[in-house]
Design a protein around this ligand. Structure first.
Ligand code: AMP
Length: 280
């Protein structure tokens, strides 16, 4: 595995790798866990070579968010990439590698980025789209692998890739969970032992709503209310619980099996998200 910090070198190395066959790209912010590794595995299964990017993208953090304290472990990340068979890890150590002095052009996503995370985190998806577009342009990857853990991000990136003819196939990958159901996330590292126990209430809420849907409950307010209950009991501060059409991300008139239940809540100071279709 080769580790690169320079964008010019990353572009050149990807060019070389692509001559041998399809290149898969896995963009990450590092502090890798089994969810990230599942993306790498999926990329390996579908590509000749895999590129992983490790970059805590400042453009997708709001002014009151956790950019400066976002967990980092570059050496651990590189060991995991190496073990997973990654060909190149692009890990810029300076923000100026991707945002040099004078940088001024951003990718502005459309209505898919407006509700849910977009409403709570203004500018977040603009930052995501900008860095992802740059990583696609540098790597010219044949396919890029994104987790359904960040379902709205996946949809926004799919739309951007279509709209801007970026030519990289977007491959959605399932959510990897801890044994009790908590969706794996780099931010889980912030949780105290007590918070870690209470954090399972997000996936519990999903399970309850899915069970209710299976008994033919179709009233959105009942499904959403049921999903909120475990988080209330565990003293989480709910940011939102919503049902969304998986294509438009708008509330469905009548919930369907593929309607997505999306949740965001603060467990102590840590903001957690999760989602699943009503019919698992
Ligand atoms: P991040 O490092 O949080 O920006 O995530 C990088 C990629 O890994 C994104 O496509 C995420 O959706 C994906 N990812 C994060 N957590 C998980 C998980 N638990 N299961 C599957 N994919 C994940």
């Amino acid at each position: 595995m080769i580790v690169l910090e320079s964008a010019v070198e990353f572009r050149a190395h990807c060019e070389t790798l692509r001559q041998e066959g399809p290149l898969g790209l896995v963009p990450t912010m590092g502090f890798l866990h089994a969810g990230h590794v599942s993306l790498i595995d999926q990329a390996r299964a579908q590509s000749r070579h895999v590129a992983v990017t490790i970059f805590v993208n400042p453009a997708q953090f709001g002014p009151r968010e956790d950019l400066s304290r976002y967990p980092r472990d570059l050496q651990g990340d590189l060991a995991k990439c190496q073990a997973a068979g990654v060909a190149v890890a692009f890990a810029p150590t300076s923000n100026e590698t991707l945002y040099p002095p004078g940088f001024q052009t951003y990718v502005e996503p459309g209505p898919l980025a407006a509700p849910l995370e977009g409403e709570r985190r203004p500018g977040h998806f603009r930052g995501v789209c900008t860095v992802v577009a740059k990583l696609f342009t540098l790597s010219r990857a044949d396919a890029a692998f994104f987790g359904e853990k960040d379902f709205q991000q996946l949809r926004v990136v799919q739309q951007m890739t279509t709209d801007l003819d970026l030519g990289t196939q977007i491959v959605p990958c399932p959510i990897v969970r801890e044994s009790d159901g908590l969706a794996m996330s780099s931010r889980n590292a912030y949780l105290s032992a007590d918070e870690r126990k209470r954090a399972v209430s997000l996936s519990r809420g999903i399970g309850i709503a899915q069970a209710l849907y299976a008994t033919s409950e179709r009233r959105p307010s009942f499904l959403i209310g049921a999903a909120m209950e475990p988080m209330r009991m565990a003293d989480l501060r709910i940011d939102y619980v919503a049902l969304a059409d998986p294509n438009t991300l708008l509330p469905p008139e009548t919930p369907q099996g593929n309607s997505r239940l999306l949740l965001a809540a603060f467990c102590g100071a840590t903001r957690l998200i999760d989602n699943a279709p009503l019919e698992p």
